[in-house]
Design a protein around this ligand. Structure first.
Ligand code: GTR
Length: 326
């Protein structure tokens, strides 16, 4: 390998040494469990387009969709170590690591998607994004993840009583294990990518998710009873490895924050379309949707879950402030 200084001197172009170094291209590797075209995948690609346009191609994002970089719990660890730069994940798998994420993951904490948006777009959302930093992650933005509801392969659920004895897969968080137990059913935490075959082989009876996930994962093919009890409105989050963040200039950090926030409206638009399209598709493919469900007994059963996970004055206060947000 030649030495640049030697070469420059030999060529008599000492002035070259005064030319500022050309800024290096930054390619950010981003993970998502969902397939290409899914609203969250499309939103991070859009964010990459914004960054590329704003920097003449100097900063770009390469999105690895379909869990190419691993299941969520593993990719979270890899992002903390800086092996993955960006990660779009549900808040659920962060519940063990970042206590503040438990609160927006509590069942029925949000009254509607609009309520969730008001909360997460405001100071409470900023507070939760900031809570990632001590865990080697930078919280950049929240995306919509709709409302999650139960589906199973055995029988239609019309009330809590119909859940008794069924075994559901939940995301890897104790909050959801206890939520299912409080409803009288059994929960098994499991990576998303293992759910299809676990239902198919009868290891579990079903799972719970929003319509786009129920559709694009193919779970509707093996669990056709879908009851819209809407027990969880868990926001999705986009985080960055702190070690990557720390290598960036203040200007580039600012640009990344801006592009992430700008991609939120894009994701929400895509989400609203996808939700309707997925619902229509699963129904056309044989799903029996149960909509006449009284949510109140489900809400009433959640007291012990709140007591367990909102277990400090700060977390209790967070619950109260979310509930008081219009
Ligand atoms: C989806 C969510 C994913 C993942 C998945 C799951 O709704 O977008 O990030 O958490 O649910 O249930 O594992």
């Amino acid at each position: 390998m030649f030495h640049f200084k030697t070469l420059a001197a030999a060529a008599g172009i000492a002035t070259l040494m005064a030319v500022p170094a050309v800024a290096q291209d930054i390619v950010l590797r981003s993970s998502d469990t969902h397939p290409d075209g899914y609203p969250t995948v499309a939103a991070v690609k859009y964010m990459g387009d914004l960054l590329s346009a704003a920097t003449d191609g100097r900063i770009t994002i390469e999105v690895f969709h379909s869990a190419q970089l691993g299941e969520e719990a593993d990719t979270i660890e890899q992002t903390r170590f800086g092996v993955i730069d960006l990660n779009r994940v549900s808040l659920g798998p962060f519940n063990g690591l970042v206590p503040e994420t438990r609160i927006p993951s509590l069942p029925y904490i949000f009254r509607s998607t609009d309520h969730m948006r008001h909360v997460m777009d405001g100071p409470i959302g900023d507070e939760i994004l900031a809570a990632f930093e001590p865990h080697d992650l930078i919280g950049l933005a929240f995306y919509d993840g709709g409302a999650r509801s139960f589906y199973n392969s055995d029988h239609p659920i019309h009330s809590i009583d119909d859940l008794a004895g069924l075994k559901f897969r939940v995301m890897q968080s104790d909050v959801f294990v206890d939520m299912v137990s409080a409803l009288g059913a059994n929960a098994t935490p499991m990576p998303y990518g293992e759910v299809y075959s676990a239902i198919q082989t009868g290891v579990i009876d079903g799972a719970e998710n929003n319509p786009p996930s129920y559709d694009t994962s193919g779970h509707h093919e093996v669990a056709k009873y879908y009851t819209l009890d809407q027990h969880l409105i868990v926001p999705e989050v986009l985080v960055m490895a702190k070690s990557t963040w720390d290598t960036l200039s203040a200007e580039d950090q600012e640009l990344i924050r801006w592009a992430a926030k700008a991609s939120v409206a894009y994701e929400r638009g895509a989400w609203d379309n996808q939700e309707g399209a997925s619902m229509a598709k699963v129904v056309a493919e044989g799903t029996e949707v149960i909509t006449d469900i009284d949510k109140q007994p489900f809400i009433d059963a959640m007291g012990p879950v709140y007591d367990t996970y909102a277990d400090t004055p700060e977390l209790k206060d967070l619950v109260a402030r979310i509930q008081a947000t219009p």
